[in-house]
Design a protein around this ligand. Structure first.
Ligand code: GRF
Length: 198
């Protein structure tokens, strides 16, 4: 029986597209929902074009009431009955109450070589630090932001003339390579970390 995967997005959803396109054939999982916290997220149309059901839970009407937003998120997710949740460019911080509900069944891709640079502006921080290598990580989601067990990483060299934008652009294709490979393993119950050297 295929694992049911819900993918949470906030924007263009390029990582979501990579995951959906890979979940075919002998893949142990299938996408059942793409959920955005922004009704204008470009990824919603991409998901519809790929035949994946979509939903929106707009966070804006909830203001600072994270619990109410997450309650609506949970209701929408429960209707889809996912076995796994993939955060893919999802830009809302989730509370420990929510992450605890899905611990062991929720993963995320973060654009840094965790545990370095948790949080935002990872490319600029790697450049400011003068790092020779940068990369992305797929990890299990726990209460601590970007803190869970690492399931895979892709590493790329930092070029002398890199800017945050050029670094992000060179890294994104490796995100699209790493995340689907990690999800295949995770859906099959394999949590052996995967390393890709770019
Ligand atoms: C990616 O760099 C991802 O690592 C970060 O958000 C960016 C955009 O992701 N979380 P996507 O194109 O919306 O998948």
């Amino acid at each position: 029986m295929s694992k049911r995967v819900a993918i949470l997005i906030s924007g263009g959803g390029s990582n979501m597209v990579s995951l959906v396109k890979d979940m075919r054939g002998d893949h142990p999982a299938r996408p059942v929902l793409v959920l955005a916290n922004d009704p204008n997220a470009g990824g919603l149309e991409k998901a519809r074009a790929l035949g994946v059901p979509t939903a929106t839970v707009d966070h804006k009407p909830y203001g600072k009431d994270r619990a109410a937003f997450e309650g609506a998120l949970q209701d929408t997710l429960m209707a889809a009955q996912p076995d796994i949740i993939c955060l893919a460019g999802f830009m809302r911080i989730l509370t420990p109450e929510f992450t605890r509900k899905w611990e062991g069944r929720m993963i995320n891709i973060h654009p840094s070589l965790l545990p370095k640079y948790k949080g935002l502006h990872t490319h600029a921080r790697a450049l400011e630090a003068g790092d020779a290598t940068h990369g992305c990580s797929v990890h299990e989601v726990i209460a601590e932001l970007d803190g869970g067990p690492i399931l895979g990483q892709a590493k790329i060299p930092v070029n002398a003339d890199d800017t945050p934008d050029s670094l992000a652009a060179r890294l994104l294709p490796f995100e699209h390579q790493l995340y689907p490979q990690v999800l295949r393993r995770y859906a099959a119950g394999d949590r052996t970390p995967l390393l890709i050297n770019g």
